[in-house]
Each structure stands twice: as structure tokens, then as C-alpha cells.
Design a protein around this ligand. Structure first.
Ligand SMILES: Nc1ncnc2c1ncn2[C@@H]1O[C@H](COP(=O)(O)OP(=O)(O)O)[C@@H](O)[C@H]1O
Ligand SMILES: [Mg+2]
Length: 485
């Protein structure tokens, strides 16, 4: 953050100082919503959580060094008392980025691939100068300002993920950090239940190009008609990317290696260069092209972009995270979240990675699909069977329509298994795997299917099994959960 006296935090947020002995005391950051992350110089934002009220942890945060608490009522320790803590976070973030003329803000949205694209873009753009773009999602009205508040006087680029569950969400995020560059990846089925239709999803995602200034750049996926149509909703210059030969930034000669990692020729208006991604799954080509188009607009040449993309790694966990086990089995943990589009992409990657060998799909429920949930789960089951998996292990009753979908595929000779929970899913996999098998684990975040993958890799055994040293759970703190959509 840039250093701000507590009194100025109050001024920016329209708050009142309470129990503040020294209004000139400097908040230097970080701004945190988890008191365990408070440290000297921190500002602790007390949010009402699902399980706990942040106000109860105000004293602990100050004891850990926080200069003050952003709170909605006096808490007995130094505080800036505001009507709405979440809105105050947004206002503070906006005030901070407004003070940094050297900062370029880059927003990324789309139904699938935001986090991956944000991580890819950041790893390329970092080569140009100091970049803020933390791993994980941090993509909603809480995570977004928290991310923005990580910028300092030295930061040149802020690369942030913008997510929506409803019309107006992305417009609000763009108010907090007005982007100059904005990329839209795709309009798909994520959160379809809330939106009702893909056209509504498009309406929401299009708020990013709409928010861009005339001197900005809208980076749009030409392979997705609903995204391409957003060209008419922006004042900004439009740059297109995609597999289409008409795209400004495109991929030619795309192929996947035996591990499902894509190689392609990156073609831009100023040249071409070969890229070899370390990420698994051909769908990441789209994400890489978006990142390339963004980096190019920031002045990078094609060869440097290709080099950056080829060196980039998966920064945020449980997205097509591949672990080769000593016994010769490969586990793909893609359980961070799921929607029909991501499911299709992951199944395709499984088929590629299994090659002539055996693929095993462990699939669970995809949440928030509304009326179409049944048919979309059936389709996912049919895709797995159609991809020729050796076994489809469906976890949980709510995912049962996948069974019917798989059964409907004529000529599929794989094994269809229905298990009630995570422990039996792990057993079902263990009793079937042979050296050379590739196991895909995927469902929506709330299903917790990453525990299947973590048990298989030995990173986090199930209760009753031997415990590993330390718990390497990513994104496991309350801060990430509250900050993600
Ligand atoms: N372009 C894409 N098309 C389809 N699925 C994708 C794409 N990019 C990523 N995915 C898949 O979507 C899931 C979520 O990826 P992530 O990058 O976290 O996206 P988001 O932040 O939009 O949720 C992962 O399973 C990932 O493999
Ligand atoms: Mg995300």
C-alpha cells in the first residue's frame, strides 16, 4: 500500500476516528480481513463473516501490530468507524490507485480461465516492471480492493481478476480500480443458475469493455461470438485474440504433447514466435493468447511475450495441477472449481494425457447451473464416456445424472462407478489404478473433491491415514474464501 495517516483513511472512507490516540499514525499495509495476517503497519478490515464477525478479532489484530481497524462500530481499539466496511475498502482502494499515475490497471474477466490468465499475464508483464497480482482468485467486491491495496509507489502494473454473479458486479469492480486494459475470455455456463441465460452472462461480462476509457484497449476473444460482439460496447480500441485466422493475436499450428501441454506459434501484427506452455490442457491456449495481447499492448515484443509465456507456471493451485506419483500413476487435480466448459476442457486434456493408456475421471457436482443442471451433468458424463475413459467415478447423489449420460454412449466399454463420498472415491481410485494411468479429479469448489486428489498424492491424507508434515492447503484462509467468487 502507499502509506496513509489514519486520519486520511477516515477522510477517504467518510469514517470517524474512534479510540485513535495518534491520527497521524501511518497505515503502511497490508490491508487484511484475517486478524492472523495482521502485522505492524496493517489495517484490519472487520467484516461480518459467515462463521465469525471480524469485529470480535479487532483487539487481536491491533495486538499483532495493526495500526487501526476499519469497523462498522467502535471496537475498543483504534478504529475508523464507517457505515459499510466493504464499501470503505473499495473507496480506499480507489483513492490509492488514483494517487499513482504510473500505474496501469489491467482487468480480466470471463466465465472460465480468469485466474489462469491473470497468472499468465502477470508472469509475462512482470518482465516489464513491478506488478501486483497475487496468486488465487481475489476477484470479488472484497478480494478485488484487497488486491488493489497491495500496490505501492513502485508498482507499474496491477493485473486483476474480475468476477460476477450478477449484472452490475463487474461495473462495480471497475469503479474501484478503473482498468485501462480489459480482456474478456469467454461467455460460458459458470453461475448460469444466477444469470438465467448466456446472454445475461454476456451482459455482465461486457461491463468490463464498457468501463474502459477511449484511450484504453479492449482485448476480446474472437472465437466466442458473444465476446466478439462486445466490440460495440466499448469506446476503447479493440484488439482481438483467438484461434481464428482473423484474430489480431492468434495461435497457429497448435498441438499438444503427451502431457497435454500445448505448443503453438504465437502470431501478432508485429511478428511471430514459438510458445510451449507448461500448463496442461489445450484450453490454456486461449488464456495464453489473451495474456499475450495484453502484454503486447504494454509494449512487449512478440519474442519476449513468447518467452514469458513458455516460462510461466501454474501459480494458483488445484487448476489442472499435475502430480506424477512414484508408482507411475498421474493425478490431475482440477478441483478448484468446475462448470460445463471447464469440465469439457479437462476431460479433453485427460484423454490427451492418457494417450493410448487409461484415463480415470473422478467427477462431482457442478453447482449453480439452475434449471439446466440435470442435462449439463448428463452431458459431462457423456463427454467422459465419449473420451473413452477406462473408468468414470461419479461422486455424490447430486452428480448422478452423469451416470445416465455415460450410459447413453454406445460402444463405451469403461467402468461406471457411483460412490457416495470422498473416502469411497479415494478407495475406488486406489483399487483400480495401474501404473501409467492418469486420474482427473474435478467438481465445483464446495464439493471439496481436491481432498480426493490430495489423498491420492499423499499431500493431505484422509482422516485416519498417516499425516504428512505440515498442511500445505492453498487458499485455505478465511481471507481467500471471502475474497473469491
Ligand atoms: N479457456 C478455458 N476454457 C475452459 N476451461 C478453462 C479455461 N481456462 C481454464 N479453464 C478451466 O476452468 C477452471 C477454472 O480455471 P481458473 O483459471 O481458476 O478460472 P476462473 O478464475 O475463471 O474460475 C479450471 O478447471 C481450468 O482448467
Ligand atoms: Mg478465479
Amino acid at each position: 500500500m502507499i502509506p496513509l495517516p489514519v486520519a486520511q483513511v477516515a477522510e477517504i472512507t467518510g469514517g470517524e476516528l474512534a479510540a485513535v490516540a495518534d491520527p497521524a499514525a501511518l497505515v503502511t499495509g497490508p490491508v487484511v480481513i484475517d486478524s492472523r495476517q495482521a502485522e505492524p503497519g496493517a489495517l484490519f478490515a472487520a467484516l461480518p463473516g459467515g462463521r465469525a464477525d471480524g469485529h470480535d478479532f479487532a483487539a487481536a489484530a491491533v495486538a499483532a501490530g495493526a495500526v487501526a481497524v476499519l469497523a462498522s462500530r467502535p471496537v475498543g481499539v483504534p478504529a475508523v468507524v464507517v457505515a459499510d466496511v466493504q464499501a470503505a475498502l473499495g473507496r480506499l482502494a480507489r483513492a490509492v490507485v488514483d494517487q499513482l499515475p504510473q500505474l496501469t490497471i489491467i482487468g480480466i474477466t470471463g466465465s472460465a480461465g480468469k485466474t489462469t490468465t491473470k497468472d499468465l499475464a502477470a508472469q509475462v508483464i512482470e518482465r516489464l516492471g513491478p506488478t501486483v497480482s497475487p496468486p488465487g482468485s481475489f476477484n470479488n467486491e472484497i478480494g478485488h480492493p484487497l488486491t488493489a491495496l497491495k500496490v505501492t509507489g513502485q508498482t507499474r502494473y496491477l493485473v486483476s481478476e474480475m468476477s460476477a454473479r450478477a449484472i452490475g458486479h463487474i461495473a462495480a469492480l471497475c469503479q474501484i480500480t478503473p482498468p485501462r486494459l480489459g480482456a474478456v475470455l469467454g461467455v460460458g455456463h459458470a453461475h448460469l443458475g444466477e444469470f438465467g441465460s448466456l446472454d445475461q452472462v454476456a451482459l455482465a461480462k461486457g461491463e468490463l469493455p464498457e468501463a474502459l476509457p477511449a484511450e484504453g484497449v479492449a482485448v476480446l476473444n474472437l472465437d466466442d461470438d458473444r465476446v466478439a460482439a462486445m466490440a460495440s460496447r466499448t469506446r476503447a480500441r479493440v484488439v482481438t485474440f483467438g484461434r481464428s485466422a482473423r484474430a489480431d493475436v492468434r495461435a497457429e499450428r497448435v498441438r499438444s504433447d503427451g502431457s497435454g501441454r500445448a505448443e503453438f506459434l504465437l502470431v501478432t501484427p508485429s511478428g511471430s514466435a514459438p510458445v510451449r506452455l507448461t500448463l496442461h490442457g489445450e484450453h490454456h491456449v486461449t488464456n495464453a493468447l489473451a495474456a499475450a495481447a495484453l502484454a503486447r499492448e504494454l509494449g512487449m515484443d512478440t519474442a519476449a511475450i513468447a518467452e514469458g509465456l513458455s516460462a510461466a507456471v501454474a501459480r494458483s493451485r488445484w487448476r489442472m495441477e499435475v502430480t506424477a506419483l512414484p508408482g507411475g500413476v498421474t493425478v490431475i487435480n482440477d478441483a478448484y472449481n468446475a462448470n460445463p466448459d471447464a469440465m469439457r476442457a479437462a476431460i479433453a486434456a485427460l484423454a490427451t494425457m492418457a494417450g493410448g493408456g487409461r484415463g480415470i475421471a473422478v467427477l462431482g457436482y457442478m453447482t449453480e447451473l439452475g434449471d439446466q443442471a440435470g442435462e449439463l451433468h448428463e452431458a459431462a458424463g457423456a463427454q467422459a464416456a465419449g473420451a473413452g475413459v477406462a473408468a468414470l467415478i461419479v461422486v455424490g447423489d447430486d452428480a448422478a445424472p452423469m451416470l445416465a449420460g455415460a450410459k447413453s454412449v454406445g460402444g463405451w466399454s469403461g467402468e461406471l462407478v457411483h460412490v457416495p463420498d470422498i473416502a469411497t472415491a479415494v478407495q475406488a481410485v486406489r483399487s483400480r489404478t495401474r501404473p501409467g494411468d492418469v486420474v482427473l479429479v474435478k467438481a465445483s469448489h464446495s464439493i471439496g473433491l481436491e481432498r480426493v486428489a490430495l489423498a491420492l498424492t499423499g499431500e493431505r491424507p484422509l482422516p485416519g491415514e498417516a499425516q504428512p508434515d505440515g498442511d500445505a492447503q492453498p487458499d485455505g484462509d478465511g481471507q481467500q474464501e471471502a475474497a473469491d467468487r
